[in-house]
Design a binder for this molecule. Structure first.
Ligand code: 13P
Ligand code: SF4
Length: 328
């Protein structure tokens, strides 16, 4: 009835029930837990989740849940955001090492010095950053609301945009604003090859290239649509096209294929012949680790209260501005 599995990381043995899906469903009830998952997670995790979404949707879901336990199937900054919004709830991240190269590209001490060098500027930070950076920010944004949030800031107010320079550059183009950019990038979205994408478009002349704004300008300029993961998913549903080249982490293709089984989705190729377009951080989470996290109620996200309270304000501001956007 129980299978013994050798973990890939350590030479230790753990016992798993034969039907992990059923066991996780049982634990959900026992713990009054909700599983929220990003589109970049393994298909199995997406299928067991109560809610799947982009970073904005996940934070809105985390803010609204009445569950006692939040199992966050995503990366550290996402689970941290859920904890910032729910200080009294248990927030579990199946693998505590699931970080983010973009968040890591903005160390708090260096960012504090950067901010001090621009005393007139307010800070708009992309949600892909640590709680310490959020605590130094005035407003948080995600890829789905960055353009709208920056557009709402008075024109005479100078702005620092951190940490993703590609998203920052895209926001500059869309808003006509001159932003001071932090020099950070995502290892996954940097990996797409313009040359191979152009070649793929020649081989598939009917296919539309759609891209996440974290991609480099050399890729974005070939895209017929640019948006957050949720926006890309919606675009594939609404577009009459039957074939798409997807320039973001290919985990999202699971949902695209489920929603549009007759359409064809091609992952955009990486520069090297590798699987570098898969986020190595997101993919650290597995169904087994989700089960173990729920069974043992660990690893838990904790944040010093001073940082949590300071990080809460700019996230709350984003949630308020985003709610107004929906009503508009
Ligand atoms: P989304 O805002 O589309 O969820 O993007 C999150 C992310 O990590 C992109 O790399
Ligand atoms: Fe971070 Fe990039 Fe992975 Fe998104 S895809 S979590 S930005 S490393």
């Amino acid at each position: 009835m129980f299978t013994t599995v050798l973990s890939e990381k350590k030479a230790t043995f753990a016992c798993f029930p034969d039907d992990l899906f059923a066991a996780i469903e049982e634990l959900k009830k026992d713990l009054n837990a909700v599983i929220i998952a990003h589109y970049y997670q393994d298909p199995d995790i997406q299928d067991i989740a109560d809610y799947i979404g982009d970073s904005l949707g996940l934070s809105q879901q985390a803010a609204a849940t009445d569950a006692d336990v939040i199992v966050f199937a995503g990366v550290h900054f996402m689970a941290e955001t859920a904890k910032i919004l729910n200080p009294n709830k248990l927030v579990l991240l199946p693998d505590l090492n699931a970080g983010c190269s973009l968040a890591d590209s903005c160390p708090p001490q260096e960012f504090a010095a950067f901010k001090a060098a621009h005393p007139e500027h307010i800070v708009v930070s992309y949600i892909n950053c640590t709680a310490a950076i959020k605590a130094m920010s005035d407003i948080i944004c995600t890829s789905s609301n960055a353009v709208k949030i920056v557009s709402q800031i008075p024109k005479e107010q100078p702005i620092i945009f951190a940490p993703d320079k590609n998203l920052g550059r895209y926001v500059m183009e869309q808003t006509g604003r001159d932003l001071v950019l932090w020099d950070g990038t995502c290892i996954v979205h940097e990996t797409f090859s313009e040359k191979k994408i152009v070649q793929l478009k020649i081989e598939h002349p009917e296919a539309e290239l759609i891209a996440h704004p974290e991609c480099e300008p050399s890729v974005l300029r070939h895209a017929s649509y640019i948006g957050s993961t949720t926006a890309l998913l919606k675009y594939c549903q609404e577009s009459p096209s039957q074939e798409f080249i997807i320039a973001t982490e290919p985990g999202i293709i699971h949902q695209m294929q489920k929603q549009e089984p007759h359409k064809h989705f091609i992952p955009a190729p990486a520069i090297n012949n590798c699987a570098c377009n898969e986020c190595p951080h997101m993919r650290l989470n597995t169904l087994e680790k989700v089960y173990l996290a729920m069974k043992h109620k660990t690893p838990e996200i904790t944040i010093p209260e001073e940082i949590r309270a300071a990080a809460w304000r700019p996230i709350q501001k984003m949630l308020e501005l985003s709610a107004n956007m929906v009503k508009q």
